[in-house]
Design a protein around this ligand. Structure first.
Ligand code: ZN
Length: 247
């Protein structure tokens, strides 16, 4: 079984379509979505249609999905994120809003190997950036491979023989991480629609269950088109700029 892993799409249709085309060429059987489907980008309705059509085997909500559907207030959000969330709330169709509201809270277990969450397995809104964050997450994770998003930074932590390590991040367009027997992994594939690691290329992963490995991909997409749509929609201009910087 090959699982396509998508996280932090953030209503960026151009990035999502580029990832789907690339992933289709590499073949996958099922789809896992780790939340933040909307918020920031200009195409929430089209992106929700795409995600629904994929019939994800597992999906969890992100903090932006909660705020952009009216489920939660934008209290913890900065002014740009808040204004994008309000724009999204005003824009999405009632049916899509209801779909966002109904998205389940993570974590969710997928078979014997994988668990998915938005922020962390102990709190959907918590960020995993550091080794201490990862140590706490490992205590709660219930499968060898816990996939997370939320930070928009590709990142992998490994717990093996009680030693916690952070794996060095590859900047290649393709890289692989083997899932060694007996070890536990926390892995963020990076954001589809708003990368923040200084690399504007869209990020996604495929987990190959039989080969016990994670394939990480980065690919260019039509950033200029996504930027123009953001400006045209009247969303904060900084949201267009950051796509070009990958920040
Ligand atoms: Zn996000």
């Amino acid at each position: 079984m090959r699982y396509l892993v998508l996280t932090d799409i953030h209503a960026n249709l151009e990035a999502l379509d580029a990832c789907l085309a690339d992933a289709s060429a590499r073949a996958f059987d099922r789809v896992l979505v780790l939340g933040d489907i909307v918020g920031y980008g200009a195409d929430p309705d089209a992106v929700i249609d795409r995600v629904r059509a994929l019939k994800p085997a597992a999906i969890v909500r992100g903090n932006h999905d909660k705020v952009a559907s009216g489920l939660e207030w934008a209290e913890g959000f900065n002014s740009v994120a808040r204004s994008a969330a309000h724009w999204t709330l005003d824009t999405v169709t009632p049916a899509h809003r209801a779909w966002l509201v109904a998205l389940p809270e993570g974590p969710a277990v997928v078979g014997d190997l994988i668990e998915i969450c938005h922020g962390s397995p102990f709190d959907e809104d918590a960020y995993i950036f550091s080794e201490p964050d990862a140590a706490r997450a490992f205590e709660c994770s219930r499968r060898p491979l816990c996939l997370f998003g939320h930070t928009h930074h590709p990142m992998t932590f490994v717990l093996s023989d009680n030693v916690l390590d952070r794996l060095e991040r590859s900047t290649d367009s393709e890289s692989q991480i083997p899932i060694e027997p007996g070890a536990k992994y926390l892995l963020n594939p990076g954001s589809v629609g708003q990368p923040r690691d200084g690399d504007p290329r869209a990020a996604y992963a495929i987990v190959d269950e039989d080969r016990r490995r994670v394939e990480l991909y980065r690919l260019p997409y039509a950033v200029d088109v996504a930027q123009a749509k953001i400006i045209q929609a009247g969303l904060p201009e900084v949201l267009a700029q950051r796509l070009g910087l990958g920040r």
